[in-house]
Write a protein that binds this ligand. Structure first.
Ligand code: MRU
Length: 358
């Protein structure tokens, strides 16, 4: 399965080449495929904030390379470059608040910096660490795809109707995806009749990105308005909702794209299984439960305008872009360390003690 998955890998959104970071501009996909080049930490932070790059693992990878770019500039400036680098850590950490992968990646870079020996080339060490973060996410995607697909096969044989939300594919990760990786593996195993992709207002990650990735690989996909999901669960025989995550707390609560929570409530009502797929870099054991997850609130204009054109009445718009699904609505969390079924604090703690499976 790993080889077949690797062979199916077509889309990528992040490239590190000759000391520059290249990002596929996700704001204009699928209309345009434009790559933007970055050579500074502040530039990468702005790319994260403005959604050039998005998706929890991809944000973490981009931030790690942003830090490498910051370190290069600080070393060139001379003086106390490590003290100066603190402002690059800060600008990157301030770019978006919810996806913990961002802070995880920056912590990992800091930790490597703290272990730096006088004999080592600081820039080469930081670059290797960022590349390691990128590569290990790709590996984690492969493992999770296999595990998630096997879980579907354990419950059903034959092609299933699956529903997903937001974009969790190659565009959102270092490989070919978390939830979308499972869906890809299920497709290659003959377990997919159709994927329903929620449109995902207001950024349209579902209609612009997920539908584009799946259609590009010949996976049967139908686009639906977010508000159609409950009706589709009732009428279409959907067996699984499969989503990614931006932060999972110690008790198994899951923050993900706004609208995920209502999907989980509806899935429970309709007897549809609910699967969350995320690498362990998305798990934040420092938070007891989802109450404490910072939920990003973006500019109301994202709801009031479409394509720069005002479409709404002139009112205040509330625009939280993530929500929290309580652990008791989740059937399974798939990570590269293994599967947690019906998550709770004890099972999450046990999972985090395990090594990655491959
Ligand atoms: O605002 P976005 O597009 O960064 O939100 C992305 C999501 O909510 C994804 O579901 C999540 O990051 C998992 S991506 C593998």
């Amino acid at each position: 399965m790993r080889d077949r998955l690797l062979a199916a890998e077509k889309v990528k959104a992040i490239e590190w080449r000759e000391g520059m970071l290249y990002l596929l501009d996700q704001r204009v996909l699928p209309r345009e495929e434009t790559w933007l080049a970055y050579d500074s930490a502040a530039g990468v932070a702005a790319a994260i904030q403005s959604m050039v790059v998005r998706g929890a693992p991809a944000i973490g990878i981009a931030a790690a390379f942003g830090l490498v770019l910051g370190a290069r500039a600080r070393l060139e400036e001379g003086g106390d470059w490590r003290a100066a680098l603190e402002s690059d850590f800060k600008v990157l950490a301030d770019s978006r608040p919810t996806a913990v992968n961002l802070f995880w990646a920056l912590d990992r870079m800091r930790e490597r910096l703290q272990r730096l020996k006088a004999s080592e080339d600081a820039l080469a060490v930081l670059e290797a660490e960022a590349i390691g973060i990128f590569d290990s996410d790709r590996e984690a995607n492969l493992t999770m795809a296999q595990l998630g697909m096997e879980l579907i096969r354990k419950h059903q044989d034959g092609p299933q109707k699956l529903l997903t939300h937001c974009n969790t594919g190659a565009l959102a990760t270092g490989g070919f995806g978390t939830a979308l990786g499972v869906i890809r593996a299920a497709h290659l195993s003959g377990l997919v009749e159709r994927v329903y992709a929620d449109e995902t207002r207001p950024w349209l990650q579902g209609s612009r990105l997920t539908a584009w990735e799946l259609a590009g690989e010949g996976v049967p996909v139908s686009l639906n308005a977010d508000s159609a999901a409950a009706h589709l669960m009732k009428t279409e025989g959907i067996t699984w909702v499969i989503v990614g995550a931006d932060r999972i707390t110690a008790n198994g609560d899951v923050a993900n794209k706004i609208g995920t929570y209502q999907l989980a409530v509806n899935a429970m009502h309709h007897g549809v299984r609910f699967m969350v797929v995320a690498p362990s870099s998305t798990i934040d054991m420092s938070l007891e439960d989802g109450e404490d997850i910072p939920i990003e609130e973006r500019d109301g204009r994202e709801l009031l305008d479409i394509g720069g054109q005002r479409i709404a009445a002139d009112v205040h718009a509330v625009n939280p872009v993530f929500d929290v699904t309580p652990a008791d609505l989740i059937d399974a969390i798939i990570t590269e360390k293994g599967i947690v079924e019906r998550p709770d604090a004890a099972k999450m703690a046990q999972l985090m003690c395990r090594k990655r499976l491959h």
